[in-house]
Design a protein around this ligand. Structure first.
Ligand SMILES: NC(=O)c1ccc[n+]([C@@H]2O[C@H](COP(=O)([O-])OP(=O)(O)OC[C@H]3O[C@@H](n4cnc5c(N)ncnc54)[C@H](O)[C@@H]3O)[C@@H](O)[C@H]2O)c1
Ligand SMILES: O=C(O)C(=O)C[C@@H](O)[C@H](O)[C@H](O)COP(=O)(O)O
Ligand SMILES: [Zn+2]
Length: 358
């Protein structure tokens, strides 16, 4: 299988390397002069962390394996503080590096710990879920949750490289894998409708790493993300499009106490954003129907509890796109045509939720 390298431009350009059995590329991404490498990984995935540690050790670095709690439980200030203590104990300096191995939750945490330790040390991300590869590990958004909401603390800290070893996808639980499809489908609606056609061509295959179009879907989504974050790292403009569906999604995750997968919440959030776009007169029912049908075809949810609306509305206040009391949504004016929707009337917000509610 070939190895692809997708460049992310910006102040400090880096590569997203994609292929099977590509761990040999890791020392090159770490670069010269690194002595100690802290490998942050879920405690539940020792079999995935071990070869990563082995590849780093074989290149002559000193490896410090740092297991953290699984999934969203890792994205807390307590776990970040444990990493800071470990970095101190093991002497991680500004010429050393952190490697994040795992799903998006682990790479978000590892990136955040690296961004804040000594005001910023090098991080290389090794995503091992579909969602991590196509979204979380690329682009330098790092963060943790607080009791008030999702990703409320974090920083923009681009990695020095991202290594997507496609062989790791084989063991990802089906529902977690399918969650990653939500972020790929998001890419289809906001930038590259060819993604939608590929999934519609083989929705069952899309649910598996060995699917006919998997490699192309991954690369198309990574290219979208690389182009957007390369142009606007700090979300001053175009990067906001990557937040399509996320205003409601993050509120749902908060209501669910982070027990719902991010991708599942994003799927519901995209239906909501599509309904907002339709009710605001921007798109026809065809795009909304396509949203529901493609999400359903791969097994993603498209509705949420009616009685949760007051709580969801309250949590949306703290969305990072809000400006003062004014909410801001990312909406569609058509396929691959994205706009901000500022300060929508409450009646519109409620009417769109009524279309999502069950
Ligand atoms: N920073 C960003 O730009 C960005 C973008 C999108 C999502 N995110 C964040 O990413 C997170 C979601 O990521 P996710 O969907 O990868 O979830 P996750 O990190 O919770 O991983 C899902 C599950 O899969 C397990 N797992 C990981 N790799 C595995 C493998 N190869 N084999 C078997 N099990 C494996 C994990 O241990 C976990 O239980 C959310 O916190 C979300 O906010 C961040
Ligand atoms: O990279 C981005 O920018 C995104 O918005 C990608 C999202 O898929 C991702 O979930 C991100 O973490 C959400 O960011 P937030 O700023 O709304 O927390
Ligand atoms: Zn997301």
């Amino acid at each position: 299988m070939t190895v692809s390298r997708i460049r992310v431009e910006g102040e400090a350009p880096y590569d997203v390397v994609i292929g099977a059995d590509v761990l040999g590329e890791l020392p090159g991404l770490l670069g010269p002069g690194v002595r100690t490498v802290a490998v942050v990984h879920p405690a539940s995935l020792p079999e995935i962390a071990r070869p990563v540690c082995g590849a780093i050790e074989a290149a002559g670095h000193e490896v410090v394996p740092l297991p953290v709690p699984d999934a969203e439980q890792a994205k807390t200030v307590e776990v970040a503080a444990q990493l800071w203590s470990a970095f101190g104990r093991y002497g991680v300096t500004r010429s050393d590096a952190v490697v994040g191995v795992g799903g998006g939750a682990t790479t978000d945490l590892a990136g955040f710990a690296a961004a804040t330790w000594l005001r910023g040390v090098k991080v290389v991300q090794v995503p091992t879920t579909l969602l991590g590869m196509v979204d979380a590990a690329v682009g330098g958004k790092t963060g943790i949750n607080t009791p008030e909401g999702k990703n409320l603390v974090g920083s923009f800290h681009p990695p020095a490289g991202v290594l997507c070893d496609l062989t790791t996808l084989a063991s990802v639980p089906r529902d977690d894998y399918v969650g990653g499809l939500a972020e790929i489908i998001k890419g289809g609606f906001i930038a590259d409708p060819a993604i939608l056609a590929l999934i519609e061509d083989d929705p069952e295959g899309a649910r598996f790493p060995e699917g006919r179009h998997t490699r192309e879907l991954i690369e198309r989504k990574v290219r979208i993300k690389a182009a957007v974050v390369g142009a606007d790292l700090r979300e001053g403009g175009v990067r906001e499009i990557l937040n399509y569906g996320h205003t409601l999604a993050h509120a749902i995750e908060r209501v669910e106490d982070y027990r719902m997968r991010h991708g599942e919440a994003v799927a519901i959030g995209m239906v909501y954003a599509a309904e907002l776009s339709r009710l605001d007169g921007r798109i026809g029912a065809d795009v909304v129907d396509r949203t529901r049908s493609i999400l359903t075809s791969v097994g993603l949810p498209v509705s949420y509890r009616r009685d949760a609306w007051p709580q969801l509305r309250d949590h949306m206040r703290l969305d990072k796109k809000s400006r003062g009391a004014k909410l801001r949504f990312v909406v569609l004016d058509g396929l691959a045509k994205v706009s901000p929707l500022e300060d929508p009337p409450e009646a519109l917000l409620e009417a769109a939720y009524e279309e999502v509610a069950r």
